[in-house]
Design a protein around this ligand. Structure first.
Ligand SMILES: [Zn+2]
Length: 92
């Protein structure tokens, strides 16, 4: 006979739905594909990453340098700027 061991803890598993908030604004984070940002900030983040690849190849800038440039560039869109600032604050 197998011992009837059923820890109560297991029942709770997966019960709580993860409700993530965007790291920049407090909108609901994008669920699919899973992101730490809401849809709009996620899009901005993707753009930042894509541009970084070019910058890195062309100018050899580092991630932090690049983010700083974005954050202070007056031509950067508001969404991207917020994401850059958020990423920078995480680094330091
Ligand atoms: Zn957001």
């Amino acid at each position: 006979m197998e011992p009837l061991l059923q820890p109560k803890m297991l029942e709770k598993r997966g019960e709580k739905k993860m409700q993530l908030k965007c790291k920049v604004c407090s909108r609901e984070a994008q669920a699919y594909p899973l992101s730490e940002y809401c849809e709009l900030h996620e899009k901005a983040y993707q753009n930042i990453r894509r541009k970084f690849e070019c910058w890195k190849k062309r100018l050899g800038v580092e991630w932090n340098q690049y983010l700083t440039e974005i954050a202070k560039n007056p031509f950067t869109g508001d969404w991207a700027k917020k994401v850059a600032e958020n990423l920078l604050s995480k680094e330091t």
